[in-house]
Ligand binder design. Structure first.
Ligand SMILES: C[S@@+](CC[C@H](N)C(=O)[O-])C[C@H]1O[C@@H](n2cnc3c(N)ncnc32)[C@H](O)[C@@H]1O
Length: 236
């Protein structure tokens, strides 16, 4: 059976490079460890050479654009709790989500995980108050030292054929029993913004919520995010 989630191509400035890495994996020229290593070889130098905190987290805009694009993640946070940013890069989301939630009266304790050692080190140096909460590992295989109330992730962090496994693993082993898995943010054409929801539902999950905001400069584009609730929260 084909997996629509494995066929989906996310909009990405490095899309052509990622497509080459995906193809090499499909041809058997590299294994999955090689896939992650090659993606990291693109991300590492670009983020470490960046001169703004936003660019060190892979975002091309300034602080205002960052809040506009990433701020919708806070729409998924509906109560006090722990928040794990999978793919935390320099830790900017860990840092900013706290303030966005505090503005709505919600207290968040941020944690981070990144596959790139040097980026985790950068996050620890930027956020010494959270240094003990920033981990190194691959989201697909990482043994979490605890469960988190909110976990954010991007499906593009794993080979396309493992996206579904990533969601299952995080929901079963990283998200708290009554927690929430947040997927995104993605920038997409308006008419594609619901595609991800269909993919996740096709995997058998109920999408508990989603949030979307118009791109500030690109008329036909939106930022969007969606979330899945862990079983105990669904039953509550
Ligand atoms: C675009 S940045 C995300 C920055 C930020 N967290 C945000 O709000 O958008 C993606 C980060 O995910 C990390 N990453 C990619 N694949 C990963 C994986 N399998 N496990 C953990 N981190 C991963 C990359 O090293 C990179 O730092």
């Amino acid at each position: 059976m084909t997996d629509a989630g494995a066929d989906y191509r996310f909009r990405d400035g490095a899309a052509h490079l990622i497509a080459e890495i995906d193809a090499a994996l499909d041809r058997g020229e590299i294994d999955e460890a090689g896939w992650h290593a090659r993606v990291a070889d693109i991300v590492r130098p670009a983020y470490l050479a960046a001169t703004t905190p936003q660019a060190q987290s892979g975002h091309s805009g300034d602080a205002v654009a960052w809040e506009h694009a990433r701020g919708i993640i806070a729409d998924a946070i509906d109560r006090d709790g722990t928040f794990l940013d999978v793919g935390c890069a320099n830790g900017l989301l860990m840092e900013t989500i706290v303030g966005w939630c505090a503005a709505r009266g919600i207290r968040i304790e941020p944690y981070g995980l990144d596959i790139v050692v040097e980026l985790a080190a950068l996050a620890r140096a930027r956020l010494p108050q959270y240094a003990e909460r920033i981990f190194v590992g691959n989201a697909l295989t990482w043994s979490a030292p605890m469960r988190f109330d909110f976990v954010r992730v991007g499906l593009e962090y794993v080979p396309p054929r493992r996206r579904r496994d990533l969601v299952a693993r995080l929901l079963h082993e990283v998200v708290a029993g009554d927690g929430r898995l947040v997927i995104g943010v993605y920038n997409e054409d308006v008419d594609l913004a619901l595609t991800l929801r269909g993919i996740v539902e096709g995997w058998g999950y109920r999408v508990a919520g989603r949030s979307e905001r118009r791109h500030r400069n690109r008329a036909n584009e939106v930022h969007h995010v969606l979330w899945i609730d862990a079983p105990a929260r669904t039953m509550a």
